[in-house]
Design a protein around this ligand. Structure first.
Ligand SMILES: *[C@@H]1O[C@H](CO)[C@@H](O)[C@H](O)[C@H]1NC(C)=O
Ligand SMILES: *[C@@H]1O[C@H](CO)[C@@H](O)[C@H](O)[C@H]1NC(C)=O
Ligand SMILES: *[C@@H]1O[C@H](CO)[C@@H](O)[C@H](O)[C@H]1NC(C)=O
Length: 460
């Protein structure tokens, strides 16, 4: 009846999710007769797809379906399809696309690929690693893995891995702007308007347990303990924010569980908005922000890190703690993303400040924030946040971020300033908590906090 581009491997995904260390390396036989969809075949399927094939999906109308189809075609319109190699990681296809053929580079009409600063910003104390007893989770693309079809889960160095934009992914949402949104803000229309076919919509509310500081900054840094909580939408992230009202602009990143995304496991994500998430009266219907490489914005230069892809390690209760370090650094007109696994920090790519149209984030940020965020579909319980355990459970129980500092100058290299944060909990303490320790009381962890909780039916 419906013919989706992606085969869904329910069996081995379930196995992978349950194991302590998800391997994403099922036996070949477990894939049954599902076939791998090569990039060129995928493009053909998008072109020939019709709305009638997606009547059971959530896309609102023929016009919205056409929007989605056009968006996908436009994103890939300058890609030399015959040169693309692909792999499947979890339920996410990765297509290895030449750096200069990626959508942001083509559509933003950049004159060239920028060079990252040779040095990122160091933490304020001269020390070795301060990740505590935790282990750095590496990008799965660096582990020499193969997918169930024998494709190497990696990309050649002249390319970048781009999470495939499929119609199946987009039509889980009513509109293209819902797909771009942090999570759709629902329930704005009265029930009568929604009609008998109304499907569960999203809460207008997002709840955060977070810590913040108002300070003029050029980015910042933290180490993120990596968990895999259950629920509709749950994340741990950094925000660098400028402007106010509808002119609020952000650079964001961290890990995210968002099954409608459709990511069953926590994935690496980045996000940006130049128009306060297109919420309410700020809704311009324009493409003004999105996740990862889903729209024009982020220019990736690194072939090792897979935005939108899952990890192969997650922290466990009373067990090993896994995580990664993230730094955003505004340098010479670009918001650079650096990520660190067990090796050195790597420059992953950048948001050119031109995407902010002269707004505050094209100059610098004014606010730093770190913490957890959840939302839910109407009728569902509030998701787990962090590990699902309360902040006061501490080490090996609650999720945390540490090594939190901000960047005082637009410069190559330099030193950060320890964050002096104030914490806020928007949820009821029966659902989520946060325990903040500012430098110098944080010892080797610098400024840090534990956060999270089990969620529940009533959280605000
Ligand atoms: C790290 O591990 C050592 C040895 O197992 C332990 O003594 C120490 O308390 C741990 N540190 C933290 C922050 O848990
Ligand atoms: C439609 O939306 C619902 C609620 O968000 C979701 O659970 C479901 O998976 C979606 N259906 C499809 C076919 O994507
Ligand atoms: C970059 O780091 C190297 C090695 O630590 C150092 O020698 C060099 O001076 C740094 N450059 C800048 C511009 O900070």
């Amino acid at each position: 009846m419906m013919s989706f581009g992606i085969p869904i491997f329910v069996g081995w995904l379930a196995v992978a999710t349950q194991s302590v260390r998800a391997t994403y390396l099922p036996e070949r036989s477990e894939t049954g007769d599902k076939s791998f969809v090569p990039f060129q075949e995928f493009l053909k399927q998008v072109k020939s797809a019709s709305y009638s094939q997606y009547m059971d999906a959530n896309v609102s109308s023929q016009a919205d379906f056409t929007d989605m189809q056009k968006h996908i075609s436009r994103m890939y319109d300058g890609v030399t399809a015959t040169k693309v190699t692909s792999f499947l990681l979890g339920n996410e296809y990765g297509d290895c696309i030449y750096i200069k053929e990626q959508p942001s580079f083509r559509h933003l009409k950049l004159s060239g690929i920028s060079d990252p600063p040779s040095n990122l910003t160091l933490f304020p104390k001269s020390k070795g690693s301060i990740s505590g007893n935790s282990s750095y989770a590496d990008s799965p693309l660096k582990l020499g893995l193969k997918d169930p079809f024998g494709n190497p889960i990696s990309c050649p160095s002249s390319t970048i891995p781009m999470a495939r934009l499929t119609l199946e992914k987009l039509t889980r949402f009513k509109t293209l702007s819902d797909f771009f949104a942090k999570a759709p803000r629902g329930v704005e229309k009265p029930q009568e308007v929604k009609g008998p076919d109304f499907k569960p919509d999203w809460e207008p509310t997002h709840l955060h347990a977070y810590a913040e500081q108002n300070v003029a900054n050029f980015g910042g840094n933290s180490w993120l303990d990596l968990w895999n909580p259950k629920g509709d939408f749950s994340l741990s992230q950094q925000w660098y924010v400028g402007g106010s009202g509808c002119d609020t602009q952000t650079v964001e990143g961290g890990w995210l569980v968002y099954p409608d995304g459709p990511h069953d496991d926590a994935t690496l994500f980045i996000y940006w908005t130049k128009h306060y998430y297109n919420i309410g009266s700020c809704d311009t219907k324009k493409n003004v922000g999105c996740y990862n490489l889903d729209c024009d914005g982020f220019v990736q230069i690194n072939h090792n890190w897979f935005l939108g892809g899952p990890w192969d390690h997650y922290s466990t209760t009373d067990g090993q703690q896994w995580g990664f370090e993230m730094q955003w650094k505004l340098y010479a007109g670009n918001w650079w993303l650096f990520l660190k696994g067990p090796g050195s920090y790597e420059a992953v790519g950048y948001y050119p400040t031109s995407i902010y149209d002269g707004g505050q984030m094209s100059k610098q940020a004014e606010l730093i924030q770190y913490g957890g965020e959840v939302t839910r579909k109407v009728g569902d319980v509030w998701p787990q946040m962090g590990s699902g355990d309360f902040a006061e459970k501490g080490w090996q129980r609650a999720a945390y971020q540490n090594t939190i500092f901000w960047i005082p100058r637009d410069e190559n290299g330099g030193y950060g300033e320890w964050a002096r944060l104030a914490s806020h909990d928007e949820g009821l303490p029966s659902c989520f908590t946060i325990d903040l320790v500012n430098y110098p009381n944080g010892g080797d962890w610098g400024t840090y906090f534990y956060f999270g909780g089990p969620g529940g039916n009533t959280c605000n």
